[in-house]
Design a protein around this ligand. Structure first.
Ligand SMILES: Cc1cc2nc3c(=O)[nH]c(=O)nc-3n(C[C@H](O)[C@H](O)[C@H](O)COP(=O)(O)OP(=O)(O)OC[C@H]3O[C@@H](n4cnc5c(N)ncnc54)[C@H](O)[C@@H]3O)c2cc1C
Length: 447
């Protein structure tokens, strides 16, 4: 493929967002008959799925406390369901299993899922919750659970396979995906902030619109475009807080228990929903019975043939370093600095054993080796979908966006001039306007 010197749309990043945007943009252009599909170029410094999308756990759920997030997820789930085979999507469902301190929040989620027609079952009370879980897994033994939200839709997708599926769809419509090519800078117009060309390690591409879908590398592009690294946020009482950091990094802790995935089948021999348990019950070591924590903890897990075991994670931790000092490269399992630790393995395996007897004594088959990855988070840990510098569209999903396969469809519409209500609650100016999303009592920053 000859390197293009010109393209109407340059999309940076061949992860879920860059490729979903490219695919949908190409599809819409074809449908409208008002352009050429050769106009779309995706550039990635690595390969397809070489960023966060290629290491994600791949969980797809609707369970968000924020109404705007739930509506956005319902839209994305429809796209996952549109071609499960191509997206390596497993629609096994998803369960949020919670203690009393979260019951009110989860009740709201259930009620609003009903209101938007997103199918789920809600069980309340300690006895009924235990019974519901034991009907699914006869070895269920988690303590202090007083509600179970069972989403019948959602599930998980095989991380890289899904991204390759989207890439195929985009390429079939004429999108050029250029890998091994780093975007190094931008040329701007003389009288405006608009980007006129994208500079890369292989040459310069003149363009009309740029989309940044750079996942954990979003700050690089934010800085190149001289966007603010400190911002002001109005809180819910109307007080303004100035000088707050725009970006922060969290490390997502995940791992795999090396058991046959069939080990986690339900009582009736089926593949189970993705399980997410939050708990305030004391968590004891499955190795020596010592107390691991008496504070709120949370884990998620699913049997997964792609990972060859039961795969999942626990709540992430925020890096104490300022964002400007965090080295994102080398990323993921290649990072010498950011990897899950033995402490994570101990906590996660003990928590699995806390929930289900079948996991007792299984820490010895935990897959040792690199896992987990960095994520770049916004000030409120919710996405920013917005246009900057006139013609640069940022998809900054705050690192919980693998599930958001549909965002690219909505962004494609916005790029073609059609504003989308589902994206409006995620504009950058929500911080200074104080139009923030409600926060929940979950131990995870993104729930
Ligand atoms: C361990 C882990 C588990 C996760 N699990 C889940 C989950 O279960 N469910 C969920 O919804 N989300 C999950 N996430 C979050 C999710 O993976 C990300 O939010 C999502 O994949 C981000 O997609 P993206 O397309 O924005 O970025 P990425 O997939 O990171 O793609 C960005 C691309 O940009 C490229 N790039 C960067 N800089 C340049 C440059 N200068 N020039 C050219 N190309 C460049 C990179 O090579 C990369 O391929 C997880 C994240 C991690 C780290």
């Amino acid at each position: 493929m000859t390197f293009p010197t010109k393209a109407k749309y340059v999309i940076i990043g061949a992860g879920i967002h860059g490729l979903s945007t490219a695919w949908h943009l190409a599809e819409k252009i074809k449908k409208n008959g008002n352009g050429s599909n050769n106009d779309i170029v995706v550039i990635d410094k690595g390969g397809i799925a070489s960023g966060a999308s290629g290491i994600a756990c791949g969980v797809v759920r609707n369970n968000y406390f924020q109404p705007a997030m739930r509506e956005l997820m319902a839209h994305s789930v429809k796209i996952w369901e549109s071609d499960p085979k191509k997206f390596s999507y497993h629609p096994v469902g998803y369960m949020q299993i919670s203690p009393e301190s979260m019951r009110k929040d989860v009740t709201t989620i259930y009620e609003q899922q009903k209101a938007i027609g997103y199918e789920s079952t809600f069980i309340e009370g300690e006895k009924d919750s235990a019974e519901y879980m034991k009907n699914m897994f006869d070895d269920w033994q988690a303590k202090g659970i007083t509600s179970v939200l069972h989403e019948k839709r959602g599930g998980y997708a095989n991380n890289s396979a899904a991204i390759y599926g989207i890439a195929d769809k985009a390429e079939a419509l004429g999108v050029k995906i250029i890998t091994g090519t780093e975007v190094t800078g931008f040329k701007r117009g003389s009288n405006s902030k608009a980007v006129t060309s994208v500079e890369t390690s292989k040459g310069t591409i003149d363009c009309e619109q740029v989309v940044v879908g750079a996942g954990p590398w979003v700050k690089t592009f934010w800085d190149k475009l001289e966007l603010p690294n400190k911002i002001s946020i109005k809180d819910d009482k109307g007080n303004m807080h100035d000088n707050l950091p725009m970006w922060k990094y969290w490390f997502l802790t995940e791992g795999v228990l090396g058991v046959d995935p069939n080990f986690q089948k339900t009582n009736d021999g089926k593949m189970p929903p993705v399980i997410h348990v939050d708990s305030d019950a004391p968590l004891y070591s499955d190795v020596d019975k010592s107390l691991i924590t008496d504070k709120m903890w949370g884990i998620y897990y699913k049997p997964d043939f792609n990972f060859n075991g039961v795969q999942g994670g626990a709540a992430p931790y925020e890096l104490s370093k300022p964002a400007g000092e965090v080295k994102v490269d080398p990323y993921g399992i290649d990072s010498p600095e950011y990897q899950t630790t033995d402490e994570f393995a101990h906590m996660w395996c003990s928590a699995l054993a806390h929930c289900q007897k079948r996991f007792e004594g299984k820490i010895n088959v935990y897959h040792k080796g690199p896992s987990g990855g960095l994520g770049c988070f916004t000030p409120d840990s919710f996405p920013i979908f917005d246009r900057f510098c006139e013609n640069v569209y940022f998809i900054a999903d705050s690192n919980h966006g693998y599930k958001m396969i549909g965002v690219g469809e909505l962004v494609a519409d916005e790029i073609l001039g059609k504003e989308k209500d589902l994206l409006k609650p995620f504009r950058f100016n929500r911080y200074e306007k104080g139009e923030l999303h409600p926060t929940s009592s979950s131990p995870f920053p993104w729930s």
